[in-house]
Ligand binder design. Structure first.
Ligand SMILES: NC(=O)c1ccc[n+]([C@@H]2O[C@H](COP(=O)([O-])OP(=O)(O)OC[C@H]3O[C@@H](n4cnc5c(N)ncnc54)[C@H](O)[C@@H]3O)[C@@H](O)[C@H]2O)c1
Length: 379
């Protein structure tokens, strides 16, 4: 059994605490560590870093963690700490990650890796120049629903894939009469907020990994709710987009149309759903479930508004079975990154792919501002 130190910055935040510290790192230790290919096991010693010592002390005490500090430099100076992980607000990421690269740490980071393509590429280049391993969180790839969708694609279920329509979102409360369920920085452009910067990096790796390279984007990003109330009860101007309506052209002629919104009320089975239509069959995949309709079971609806609808279209779909056990996607990716660092196991979700996600967000915002479709240059 070996133990490696991992500097974790931003663990007081929603993602850093719940998904990365509790559901991934601590869960890995509880299961006895990460198992390497030679059967050896590796446990993770989290070193918590943040701005507020009291909050860090509370988390450390609650989970029996011995190391925490408000000094990033001192955590990076310790040779036992092999990896630096960043789940800070997006706007704080680049500076800290560059420091960690300079200190020779392998880097794992939340998405988006930066706020601009130039900075995201600079991170990828700095990591390559220093020879450190690098990875970006791409958790949606490990959702049971999307794993089933991938299984269908790999099995040739769809024939030729024609189109993808994605619907993501839910109502985020304004913060006045009911508390907002997301941090207020998400609604301020100057603080790294906005749904395009938040969600297009996700959609990018989903499209690239499941369907093919993204060749162009047309997007309309809007701020539907112009003012909100923050954590302190103060009203602020929402300067960032809270909804984005995007059309993406992918290699192979596939058209993907994805709506992302924090200003929509859910009338779906799951908070995100992708419908994929192919010549031989269609599927609707959500976070957990995936249902299909094969060409042989496709009804022939006839348009007649004079008659009430009698067909129950949803009944003609079939649930795809699990046929596997699905672990928490964040945890699965942590294990993969540790194996990548320690035994060079493959890890395709690197800073270069993270930069392509940031590029799509940047071009999406430009498309919206200029009101035109934009080709995506290959990075
Ligand atoms: N993979 C996913 O599905 C997913 C989901 C949500 C958010 N994220 C990403 O994770 C990161 C964190 O998001 P979150 O929702 O956990 O945010 P959060 O506001 O809950 O947490 C932010 C963390 O950053 C720290 N921080 C450092 N500098 C800060 C500053 N100047 N202002 C405010 N906080 C600062 C905070 O103390 C806190 O620990 C973001 O980059 C976001 O894009 C990823």
């Amino acid at each position: 059994m070996r133990t490696i130190g991992v500097v974790m910055n931003g663990v007081t935040g929603r993602m850093g605490y719940r998904q990365h510290l509790v559901r991934s790192v601590l869960a890995i230790n509880e299961q006895g560590g990460v198992t390497l290919s030679d059967g050896g096991r590796v446990k993770i010693k989290p070193v918590l870093v943040g701005r507020n010592a009291d909050k860090l002390a509370d988390i450390a005490a609650k989970h029996g963690i011995s190391d925490f500090t408000t000094e990033l430099d001192s955590a990076l100076a310790d040779d036992d700490n092999l990896i630096y992980f960043d789940a800070q607000v997006t706007s704080a990421r680049v500076k800290a990650v560059l420091k960690a690269i300079e200190a020779g740490k392998h880097i794992y980071a939340e998405k988006p890796t930066a706020e601009s393509t130039q900075e995201a590429m600079a991170l990828a280049e700095a990591a390559a120049a220093k020879g450190v391993k690098n990875g970006v969180v791409q958790d949606k790839l490990f959702l049971p629903g999307l794993l089933k969708l991938k299984r269908l694609i790999d099995g040739g279920f769809f024939g030729r894939i024609l189109s993808v329509r994605g619907e993501f979102g839910y109502w985020v409360f304004e913060g006045d009469w009911q508390e907002a369920q997301r941090p207020s920085w998400n609604y301020r452009a100057e603080d790294g907020g906005g749904i395009v910067l938040d969600m297009f990096p996700h959609w990018h790796y989903v499209m690239e990994n499941l369907f093919g390279r993204v060749q162009s984007v047309y997007a309309r990003a809007v701020t539907h709710v112009p003012s909100r109330v923050d954590e302190q009860g103060n009203t602020y101007q929402a300067t960032a987009d809270d909804a984005a309506y995007g059309i993406f052209e992918l290699e192979g002629g596939i058209v993907a149309q994805i709506n992302s919104s924090w200003t929509v009320r859910v009338n779906r089975d799951e908070l995100v759903e992708f419908q994929v239509d192919g010549t031989h069959g269609s599927a609707v995949a959500g976070l957990r479930n995936c249902r299909v309709q094969h060409r042989s079971a496709t009804p022939k609806p006839v348009w007649n508004p004079d008659l009430p609808a009698t067909a129950r279209f949803r009944d003609g779909w079939q649930e795809v079975p699990d046929n596997a056990e699905f672990d928490n996607g964040f945890k699965v990716q942590w294990e993969a990154f540790i194996k990548h660092v320690l035994e060079d196991a493959p890890f395709p979700n690197d800073f270069a792919s993270g930069a392509r996600g940031v590029q799509l967000a940047e071009l999406g915002l430009r498309s919206s501002a200029e009101g035109r479709r934009i080709e995506v240059p290959q990075l």
